[in-house]
Design a protein around this ligand. Structure first.
Ligand code: 5GP
Length: 191
């Protein structure tokens, strides 16, 4: 990573519904590198089953804004253009890098570009489904979005796919096992 920290920063992006959560859960169990997840902050409401401090730090909009103004974020942005903010807290990253961990950020393309300005050596990975049709099918199957939200997510995904060449690695997630194996290969410390 950078000259002063022994850890590594790993950035994973991919459209919502690309299966990131499922794949990453496995990767965290299997990868040989000392991975640790950075828990992002967000103003969006928890989905059923999501826990504060585990899936996200769920913050009220005014609390998010206060911490943003206090300079506590490494990067943050409004992801879906309708008031939902997401961001990476510096406190989730720097201390763990200093401790030699591989800190995994699951963030969007804008966040990745911002992070690369601070950590140009970050290992960037874009996880994608094989097609937009497949992505739409998965989002509908998940059934957690209103039609409106789903359309917005698909539009964002189409936009994000245009930035895919900014990532060091692209991993297609059609088959969870294959995607997990490929990620584990990428996340192997040099011997
Ligand atoms: P979801 O609402 O489905 O959990 O996440 C929506 C999107 O927000 C995902 O594409 C995810 O990559 C992005 N995201 C999650 N956390 C962060 C973050 O800390 N910063 C940025 N820039 N994007 C994030």
């Amino acid at each position: 990573m950078s000259s002063h920290s022994p850890g590594k920063l790993v950035v994973i992006s991919g459209p919502s519904g690309a299966g990131k959560t499922t794949v990453l859960r496995e990767v965290f169990q299997r990868a040989s590198a000392p991975l640790v997840a950075s828990i992002s902050a967000t103003t969006r409401r928890p989905r059923p089953g999501e826990l504060d401090g585990v899936d996200y730090h769920f913050l009220a909009p005014n609390e998010f804004a206060r911490r943003r103004e206090a300079g506590e974020f490494l990067e943050c942005c409004e992801v879906y253009g309708r008031g939902d903010w997401y961001g990476t807290l510096k406190g989730e990253v720097a201390p763990r890098l200093a401790a030699g961990k591989w800190v995994v950020l699951e963030i969007d393309v804008h966040g990745t570009l911002a992070v690369l300005e601070h950590y140009p050596d970050a290992v960037t990975i874009f996880l994608r489904p094989s097609s937009m049709a497949e992505l739409e099918r998965r989002l509908r199957e998940r059934g957690t979005e209103t039609e409106d939200a789903l359309r917005r997510r698909l539009a964002v995904a189409a936009e994000e796919l245009k930035s895919i060449d900014r990532y060091r690695y692209q991993v297609i997630n059609d088959d969870v096992e294959l995607a997990v194996a490929e990620l584990c290969r990428i996340l192997t410390p040099d011997s």
